[in-house]
Design a protein around this ligand. Structure first.
Ligand SMILES: [Zn+2]
Length: 332
């Protein structure tokens, strides 16, 4: 019973049964049936914030953002806590998916985040300075963890070059969930450890026009390889030495706290490509750790078709004795 808003309203047993059953159905992917039960639960207890929170959650799983926003707004209207409510975070995600930027700002502020007054009030929140993070692309399928830059609390711009198998591209913007699954740690030159969250992708928010290429390099030294990555970055695009940046991790390790090889701020590799099982007591092979340099490198390049050959030729021209390329192929 809610008496002067002081006593917490306790849902009925039938509300609990319907809700528990609905979440079991959600676990089995039976969203339609779960939706019917959660709607019935909301009819039973319309003054209970959780009724609408659960419906908003279901609509988030279904990527039905109009409905997620509507249910989420009903949930937050009934909240009795000030900040830190996941209800507001889910409203922020739905608003971001719908590009309802005034509501997205309101949601992050209500959650307790600082939203600077930068940029246009009708545009996306800017200047939140959330830094780098990792995002797990296609978490339900052939998952791949890549690095990116957080644009706001619900979006990451992908700055790794995803592998061809992912069907994804450098420069995509991804909508992601709020609760991280895993962490990546890096150690800076001064010995301090930094931890970065790994978020699960919900859906592609904005595609990238830049295609992905694979090329075989002969790079006599690591510095030769680095020179190509720098050339590509200076041109506004990217090159990534997959031979050293990719490692395979099982799902359990991927969702735990794992060290990343290099932490100089520029190389936030490796990104992880998931594999089915944990490979025994020795653990996973760490990319490029302490092994001798192998000149032949399989390299990903994200650059327009009109630019990619010129980029590679320019790289060779700077040091013809130590560099070569072949087998350039557009893969995504
Ligand atoms: Zn493992």
């Amino acid at each position: 019973m809610r008496i002067f808003g002081k006593v917490r309203h306790r849902p009925s047993a039938s509300w609990r049964q319907a809700t528990d059953r609905a979440f079991t159905l959600i676990g089995d992917g039976r969203y339609e049936d779960a939706g019917a039960l959660l709607t019935r639960a909301a009819d039973m207890e319309p003054w209970l914030s959780e009724s609408w929170f659960n419906l908003a959650l279901l609509h988030k799983f279904r990527h039905d953002w109009e409905q997620a926003r509507a249910a989420g707004l009903r949930a937050v209207a009934l909240l009795d806590r000030e900040t830190g409510a996941p209800d507001w975070w889910n409203v922020g995600i739905a608003a971001t998916a719908l590009q309802d930027w005034p509501l997205a700002r309101r949601a992050w502020q209500a959650y307790g985040l600082k939203v600077p007054a930068e940029g246009s009030p009708s545009g996306p929140p800017a200047g939140m300075a959330l830094g780098s993070a990792a995002v797990r692309l296609s978490p339900e399928g052939e998952a791949e963890v890549v690095w990116g830059r957080r644009l706001d609390p619900a979006r990451i711009e992908v700055l790794s070059i995803p592998l061809p198998s992912s069907g994804r591209r450098w420069g995509e913007v991804v909508l992601h969930d709020g609760v991280p699954h895993g962490e990546r740690t890096t150690v800076a030159a001064d010995g301090t450890t930094r931890a970065y969250p790994v978020f699960d992708e919900i859906e592609l928010w904005a595609p990238s026009p830049v295609p992905t290429w694979v090329v075989l390099l002969e790079a006599a030294t690591e510095a030769d390889r680095d020179a190509l990555e720098r050339l590509a970055a200076d041109a506004g695009f990217a090159a990534e030495d997959w031979s050293s940046s990719v490692r395979l991790l099982c799902r359990t390790c991927s969702e735990s706290r794992m060290p990343s090889d290099e932490g100089d701020g520029e190389h936030l590799d490796p990104h992880d490509h998931s594999e089915p099982g944990h490979p025994g007591p020795l653990g996973h092979r760490t990319a490029g750790s302490g092994s001798l340099w192998v000149p032949e490198r399989e390299c990903g390049i994200a650059a327009p078709a009109a630019l990619v050959r010129g980029l590679l030729d320019g790289w060779v021209a700077d040091s013809p004795d130590s560099r070569e390329w072949r087998d350039l192929e557009e893969v995504c």
